[in-house]
Design a binder for this molecule. Structure first.
Ligand SMILES: [Zn+2]
Ligand SMILES: [Zn+2]
Length: 181
């Protein structure tokens, strides 16, 4: 199957990834697909914004880029997505421990002080053994940033989180650093 990258000829196509319209003149990625409605076995394309496709099917986009001779605006951004597709993809690898995130609920408890971690606040996730009764596995254990240094006794905790989360927003990073201090 040949996939293409081209300037959108109209603004009628809809991106198959984000479901938004693809504006005329912007680069789009076409995934060739067999057109089952055509008697001669013709093909048609599923269109995606180039950046959307890069996150969804990076290998195919790389291949199509190799044969695309035009210039790609924001090429660096695109290359960054190709190198590390957004995590939303199904089956994406879980973030490596330790990492930090905002508590989605107020139900998690800090492993150190045993107090609840308030919804929406930053929590540090570290790997811990989980005993299910019949076997033990590992899963995330949560900590208040302020409790995490004492609990992990890991002076490099912040550095490790930074290394695991290169895209962490600076505001979150600052808040985390403050909590750890
Ligand atoms: Zn899109
Ligand atoms: Zn705590």
């Amino acid at each position: 199957m040949a996939n293409v990258i081209e300037e959108s000829k109209s603004n009628r196509a809809t991106c198959r990834t984000c479901r938004e319209k693809i504006d005329k003149g912007v680069l789009r990625f076409g995934e060739e697909t067999v057109n089952t409605f055509s008697s001669d076995g013709g093909t048609s394309y599923f269109w995606h914004h180039l950046a959307c496709a890069a996150g969804k099917v990076p290998a195919k986009v790389k291949e199509a880029l190799a044969s695309y001779t035009g210039t790609v605006p924001e090429r660096e951004k695109l290359d960054a997505i190709l190198a590390a597709p957004p995590k939303a993809a199904k089956g994406a690898a879980k973030a490596a421990f330790p990492y930090v995130e905002r508590a989605a609920t107020g139900r998690s408890k800090c492993m150190s002080c045993d107090e609840a971690i308030e919804k929406g606040t930053l929590r540090v996730a570290v790997e811990r053994e989980v005993d299910t009764g019949s076997f033990s596995t590992t899963g995330p254990g949560y900590l208040h940033p302020a409790c995490s240094l004492e609990y992990t006794k890991d002076d490099d905790l912040l550095e490790k989180i930074k290394a695991n989360m290169p895209d962490l927003a600076e505001a979150d990073l600052n808040e985390l650093a403050e909590g750890l201090a």
